[in-house]
Design a protein around this ligand. Structure first.
Ligand code: ADP
Ligand code: MG
Length: 481
């Protein structure tokens, strides 16, 4: 009996098991179409709505196809933002975890040295932002000679003015004999000339039916004077009282301003924009994904690809000036089948932008006149009560998967000349343990981590008390995280 509809792709049992543990039961339409093509190494250009599961559409076949025993990366994935780079790395790591696929994220404003050390270990898949990827190429700290797969996520954005030169420079450094894949919810015809230049005969997969926007999101706009926007926003949030909400502004300054006003009004709120310290940016995203606060005010740095569960309201405080951006902003709601609402605040002089967006998405956006404020005082009370409550933490997507794997800490690393093969040697010599029980190994300067599968961690911890690794006595315990 078929228990999981991913079985149709004949995947390795480890990959199927990860998919199951992630709670994926049936492939989404884009996955159904794309996975078989990538398994056959076809070049593809894939247009499919926001939240439709594009990441797994390339991650699953990549994890399936990649040869585990080679030391150099086999696949390179390019993303436009650092946050998306981290997210895609996490998604791939989850899917490939039981199969020991190692994935590294390389992106700017993070210590170069740590990335170099990571790239020196066995890494199968690299996810990078273009700037930092080029840095590694130019300094000779990444080996791309064996790249067999190139994925350009958010492809239209990547082939736009801001990125195109860097992306082409990277492409020119890759082996010609490779499979190339482009993904986005919005792919204009114009990029085809670039595709002809850099791709083999490719297949176009267009899952979007008539509309480019996701049908799980209902959208509307209100005409609001700039000076009245903040009050309007407040009333709107009282009435909607969302679990999680993203507010997009067009500039960093506006983001800061709206955030500080909301904070002064005791909202559980944080912000994200390109002017912030990178660690703060990553922490904010992590904390928002966990549901530790409910309002995130952001620039378009958040518009592309970022996947947060249960975002039920998206507000564009400023109407986006680029039409594609509308699709991506509202697409932060309505992910994996959830429902969401998107409201855009349009000032009386901005109908030109609104028209452009409508033309682009191929339908009218409803213009609502006034917010229904009949019960606003009551709504306000309920709203503030909810803001003060201890947040409900959202369960990590990989919660079930993490239960399958236990990370152990070992008190010796590179400085003691320990290599992955030494750790495998010792652990697999333990009675009752074989290669299949050992997962990803990560060797740092002074310590190492090893994933142990099949609930055998206690056995390993006990046995290592009386064993040595490369002749050295080590301490081994369950890793903190
Ligand atoms: P896209 O790149 O198309 O915008 P993502 O790849 O980020 O979408 O996926 C959106 C969400 O759907 C993610 O939370 C992902 O874990 C989930 N998802 C992907 N594929 C499936 C599936 N087959 N079944 C259930 N959930 C899925
Ligand atoms: Mg995506």
């Amino acid at each position: 009996m078929k228990t999981n509809n991913f079985e149709q792709f004949n995947l390795k049992k480890e990959i199927l098991s990860s998919i199951e543990k992630l709670g994926y039961k049936t492939p989404t339409e884009v996955q159904e179409k794309v996975i078989p093509l990538v398994l056959k190494n076809k070049d593809v250009i894939v247009k499919s709505k926001t939240g439709s599961g594009k990441t797994a559409a390339f991650a699953i076949p990549l994890c399936e196809k990649i040869e585990l025993l080679s030391n150099n990366p086999k696949a390179l994935i390019l993303t436009p933002t650092r946050e998306l780079c981290v997210q895609v790395k996490e998604d791939i790591t989850n899917i490939g975890r039981l199969n020991r696929i190692r994935c590294a994220a390389i992106f700017g404003k993070q210590p170069f040295k740590a990335q170099v050390d990571e790239l020196k270990q066995r890494v199968h898949i690299v996810v990078g932002t273009p700037g930092r990827t080029l840095d590694h190429i130019n300094r000779g700290t990444i080996n791309l000679e064996e790249i067999k797969y190139l994925v350009i996520d958010e492809a239209d954005e990547m082939l736009n003015m801001g990125f195109i030169e860097e992306v082409e420079e990277i492409i020119n450094k890759l082996p010609k004999d490779r499979t190339t894949m482009l993904f986005s919810a919005t792919i204009p015809e114009e990029i085809e000339y670039l595709c002809n230049k850099h791709m083999n005969a490719y297949e176009k997969v267009d899952v979007n039916t008539e509309a480019v926007t996701n049908e799980n999101i209902s959208d509307a706009c209100y005409i609001v004077e700039e000076k009245n926007k903040y009050t309007f926003l407040r009333d709107l949030t009282y009435v909607s009282n969302p679990e999680s909400c993203i507010i997009f502004c067009n500039t960093r300054e506006k983001v800061e301003l709206v955030t500080s006003r909301l904070r002064a009004n005791k909202y559980s709120v944080n912000c994200l924009h390109g002017g912030m310290q990178q660690n703060d940016r990553l922490n904010v995203i992590k904390s928002f994904k966990r549901g530790e606060f409910s309002f995130l005010v952001a620039t378009d740095v958040l518009a592309r690809g970022i996947d947060v569960e249960k975002v039920s309201l998206i507000v564009s405080y400023n109407i986006p000036l680029e039409k594609e951006s509308y699709v991506h902003r509202i697409g932060r709601a309505g992910r994996s089948g959830e429902k969401g609402k998107a409201i855009t605040l349009v000032t009386p002089y901005e109908d030109k932008f609104l028209k452009e967006i409508e033309q682009y998405i191929g339908r009218k956006i409803e213009i609502l006149q006034e917010l229904d404020k009949t019960n606003i005082e009551k709504a306000k009370e309920a709203f503030h009560k909810k803001q003060l409550e201890v947040p409900k933490i959202k369960k990590d997507k990989a919660f079930e998967l993490n239960k399958e794997v236990c990370k152990l800490y070992i008190s010796a690393g590179k400085k003691k000349k320990i290599r992955a093969i030494d750790i495998v040697g010792t652990i697999s010599s333990i009675e009752g343990i074989n290669g299949e029980d050992i997962g990803i190994i990560d060797i740092q300067d002074n310590f190492s981590y090893v994933d142990i599968l099949n609930k055998k961690e206690k056995l390993v911890v006990e046995a290592l008390k009386n064993k040595t690794i490369k002749g050295k006595k080590v301490r081994c315990e369950k890793a903190e995280k």
